[in-house]
Write a protein of this length. Structure first.
Length: 469
């Protein structure tokens, strides 16, 4: 949706006010007229205005007096003064009190438009910088490249590039750790919004009580502890893209409010009585089957259809065999630089084992596995024994059988699910039962690990009951 700059035109001259309002409206500004400074202040208390075009000479309150009151507002707009005085002193005085700029009457429409757009740009940058500081994340390794030699992933990347050129909402699906966030960054980087930073949030990592404040921001005094105005994610993403990871975890009450924003492009900060506008493209991702969630009434059908405009499925790593060697080389190069070990490499057995493994935690698990191996390896060659699932003999590294997993004799009858279980239990044992640490090593979420442990416990109990019976 295209964003219009919201202008408040304040002048007690009815004819001039009407003329300026109409001219700016035809130039695609969203204009609101006010015949006095007091009327303007009332509008500002109820509406979100980007720039005020303010006449200096008015009977009830001068423009300079009004400017001082406007600057006291919690989230003030930029102010451009209009004056008939051609001397510099009046304009300088106005700018000393916080005006962005001033125009002398009669100003041309081109002059007026140029100054108003620059004033709006300044306000947007200030708001975005404040919002980004509030939601800034500590720097990590940086975004992964979109590795896609495998044909299944190459097709997805081609579709993503085409989707990037539109401004439609995108829904990314796929297992945890497949790189949906990487694809989201790729879509943003290829879009017309790429000059602004993409804002990201994991919907599964926020307590339900903080969702509304994080999304929409809050006014000072909106609730206990709200000592100052806080801009939310939507304001931070104004003019850019907002990536909502794990959208399936969004609480139902927030689903309603997100849907309203998607349909109207408007929202309210917590504790506010006035609407805010934001021009935001939503990219959402989930590892859940949202259609099933809708069927079980855990996700709103109307929001699902609104998000599912462009749907892209990221295949799991086990279905992208050609990409595994490329990821291995990419991560190895990353850890060579990080650990200052330029000769770090894998033994042939370790490399073959990594290429043969099913990677239930996908790319995230592969990255964590290689980081751990690089960190604990005392030599420049990472051996198979330094990789947990290879060390416990789950895969026999038969020479001359690349890309093929040969099960070791002691595990010949095990299914893929049983191999996964053995690996997870081994990592848990190595982590001394610390589930958070084990999940990080495995490259899966804590929630996924807890679910798998419950499944294993249930299977054990069922087996016990069957034996007892």
């Amino acid at each position: 949706m295209s964003r219009k700059i919201r202008i408040l035109v304040v002048d007690d001259d009815n004819l001039l006010r009407k003329l300026v309002t109409e001219q700016l409206s035809r130039s695609d500004f969203d204009t609101t007229p006010a015949g006095s400074a007091r009327a303007a202040l009332e509008v500002l208390r109820e509406s979100d205005i980007d720039v005020v075009l303010l006449d200096i000479m008015m009977p009830d309150m001068t423009g300079l007096e009004a400017l001082r009151e406007i600057r006291k507002l919690e989230d003030p707009p930029e102010v451009v003064m209009l004056t008939a005085d051609t001397s510099l002193s009046t304009g300088i005085e106005a700018m000393r009190h916080g005006a962005y700029d001033y125009l002398t009457k009669p100003a041309t429409l081109d002059e007026m438009e140029a100054v108003l757009r620059k004033a709006d740009e300044k306000r947007r940058l200030l708001k975005q910088n404040a919002s980004l500081r509030a939601v800034a994340q500590p720097p990590g390794d940086g975004p992964l490249p979109v590795i896609h030699k495998d044909s299944s992933m190459s097709a997805v990347v081609s579709q993503a590039e085409a989707a990037a050129r539109s401004d439609s909402t995108v829904l990314l699906t796929g297992e945890s750790g497949t790189g949906k966030d990487v694809l989201a960054r790729f879509i943003h980087s290829k879009s017309g919004r790429s000059n602004n930073p993409m804002i990201m949030i994991n919907c599964g990592a926020l307590p339900e009580t903080l969702f509304e404040s994080e999304f929409f921001g809050h006014e000072r005094g909106a609730f206990t502890g709200a000592s100052s105005l806080r801009r939310g994610l939507l304001e931070a993403a104004d003019g850019s893209s907002l990536f909502l990871d794990e959208i399936g975890d969004l609480p139902l009450v927030m689903q309603v409010k997100l849907l309203h924003f998607l349909e109207q492009g408007r929202f309210r900060r917590v504790g506010s009585t006035r609407d805010q506008n934001a021009d935001v493209r939503i990219i959402a991702a989930t590892n859940r089957e949202l259609a099933s969630e809708v069927e079980h009434q855990r996700f709103r059908a109307d929001l699902y259809y609104r998000l599912n405009v462009v749907s892209l499925h990221v295949p799991p790593l086990r279905e992208r065999a050609e990409d595994i060697p490329r990821f291995i080389d990419y991560f190895l190069d990353t850890y060579r630089q990080r650990f200052n070990r330029p000769n770090l490499d894998l033994s042939p057995e370790a490399r073959q084992g990594l290429q043969s493994y099913s990677w239930p935690g996908n790319v995230r698990e592969l990255r964590n596995c290689l980081e751990r191996a690089a960190a604990i390896s005392l030599s420049d060659t990472i051996e198979a024994g330094q990789i947990p699932f290879l060390a416990v003999g789950q895969i026999s590294l038969a020479a001359g059988t690349p890309q093929t997993a040969t099960v070791a004799p002691q595990t010949a009858a095990l299914t893929l699910e049983e191999l996964e279980r053995e690996h997870i239990l081994h990592v848990l044992e190595e982590s001394n039962g610390n589930r958070e640490r084990a999940a990080a090593i495995l490259g899966i979420s804590s929630r996924t690990l807890y679910r798998k442990i419950r499944e294993y416990e249930s299977q054990t109990n069922s087996a016990g009951l069957a034996t007892d019976g």
